[in-house]
Design a protein around this ligand. Structure first.
Ligand SMILES: [Zn+2]
Length: 437
């Protein structure tokens, strides 16, 4: 099937920084066939004039825990980065949540991501049997990591790793879902015995690790005491760095490890809202970038973000870095857009297929309303600055993944949001009852 999209502006975010006004995208079988400034002569198919919109690649959110939207509001005033905060706010509800509560939470999460321009996300959680069908229904592209926590207990290790294996097998042939191994945190709650098996799993399924790293320096303290080296150096010794790693937070990474990380398929996923709301710290994004480490951007869970809007996240990381370094635009807007698109795609090993609008890539794209507030004067404010600082995800009107519409003129095409929202409210009431029982 052929579709020809026309938009007032097409921002490709490719290496050449191509911007067309107007621009035409020819899509066939879900892939981009051509990007031109005038319509192709011999076009026969469905032509869609998006009008006064800006067309750009869909955003990639590289760190989420979708079921946790169910807990939104429960952790206010606590930090989930320390044991007290996590145990007293999250663990107590995770213990009583039931699998029936998961689908609605995942659908609400997907709806919020789609509505604000995210087309691909990397999730880490358990309950994958419930998560996968909901993500499939949404039509989003996703890297789902089965979250392993085994705390060095043999029985838990076997159970968790069996579940991870089963999950990886179940999505091995899914066109939009990539299976990842999701050790919650190396050394902290995943023992070396578990890590060795996780490495075998990653090799067997040709995938990588989605982990939390350097949230408080705990793994570095452990590895320095036990091995007299940093956690990254120990991971290197264990051959773990040969596999792709999506490392959420990276707040305390020792700069001495940067050169090592620049040479391996490692991505530091910066979650600025989560780190700020948890009062946890500032990731050295500028330093890691200068060292050549791939950077991506994530929202983390929305229990204490509390939003999936990646446009907000881009704005926050830019402002945070400027303040931190006392330097305006310490992190340039084009770099921030890269983190939210191609940097994320690279983290997932999908840079050849998504992350920019280019011929041969997947038609994963979003259209933003140029009649909305924030864009003017367009000759004064360049478009990258407008995208990062002047607008929000609510400017997104249309979303497409692999040539299929997920949002059309602000309306969901794959998700019954009102139903999912009502189901989530019911789950929340049941959760409250179970919690107080
Ligand atoms: Zn997280």
């Amino acid at each position: 099937m052929k579709i020809l999209l026309k938009a007032a502006q097409v921002v490709c975010l490719d290496a050449q920084d191509t911007i067309l006004e107007p621009g035409y995208l020819l899509i066939e079988d879900g892939r981009i066939q051509s990007i031109t400034s005038s319509p192709p002569d011999d076009f026969a198919g469905t032509a869609v004039d998006l009008g006064n919109k800006l067309l750009m690649p869909g955003l990639v959110n590289t760190h989420t825990h979708t079921p946790m939207v169910l807990f939104r509001g429960l952790a206010e005033g606590h930090s989930l980065f320390n044991f007290e905060g996590w145990y007293n706010t999250i663990r107590v509800v995770e213990e009583v949540m039931t699998p029936e509560m998961i689908p609605a939470a995942v659908l609400v999460s997907c709806a919020e991501m789609i509505r604000t321009g995210t087309t691909t996300f990397a999730d880490q959680y358990f309950w994958m049997e419930q998560i996968v069908p909901a993500v499939q229904q949404s039509g989003m592209r996703a890297a789902l990591g089965y979250g392993v926590v085994e705390l060095g207990e043999e029985e838990a290790r076997q159970r968790e790793l069996d579940a991870a294996t089963q999950f990886l097998q179940s999505v091995a042939h899914d066109p939009l879902i990539e299976g990842w191994v999701g050790p919650h945190a190396f050394f902290v709650d995943n023992s070396e015995a578990a890590m060795a098996i996780e490495l075998d799993l990653a090799i067997e399924f040709d995938t990588g690790f989605h982990i939390h790293l350097s949230t408080s320096g705990e793994e570095d303290r452990y590895c320095r005491e036990k091995y007299d080296r940093t956690a990254i150096q120990q991971l290197h010794k264990m051959n773990m760095l040969q596999r792709p790693i999506m490392a959420a937070h990276c707040l305390t990474l020792p700069p001495e490890d940067y050169p090592l990380l620049a040479d391996v398929p490692f991505t530091a996923v910066i979650n600025p809202s989560s780190a700020m709301r948890n009062a946890a710290g500032v990731a050295d994004a500028c330093g890691m970038l200068a060292a050549g480490i791939n950077l991506a951007l994530g929202t983390d869970n929305v229990t204490n973000n509390n939003s999936y809007d990646m446009f907000k996240e881009m704005q926050i990381v830019g402002k945070l870095m400027a303040l931190h370094h006392r330097t305006p635009n310490a992190l340039p807007t084009r770099t921030i857009l890269h983190m939210a698109t191609l940097g994320g795609a690279q983290a997932l090993g999908l840079a050849d297929g998504i992350g920019s609008l280019e011929v041969g890539k997947q038609a994963d794209l979003i259209a933003l309303d140029l009649d909305e507030i924030g864009w003017t004067p367009c000759n004064g404010q360049d478009v990258y600055t407008a995208l990062v600082y002047a607008i929000s995800g609510m400017h997104v009107r249309d979303v497409m993944v692999a040539g299929e519409w997920l949002l059309r003129d602000g309306r969901f095409q794959t998700i019954n949001y009102q139903q999912a929202r009502q189901d989530l409210e019911n789950s929340y009431r049941n959760l409250s009852v179970l919690r107080s029982a």
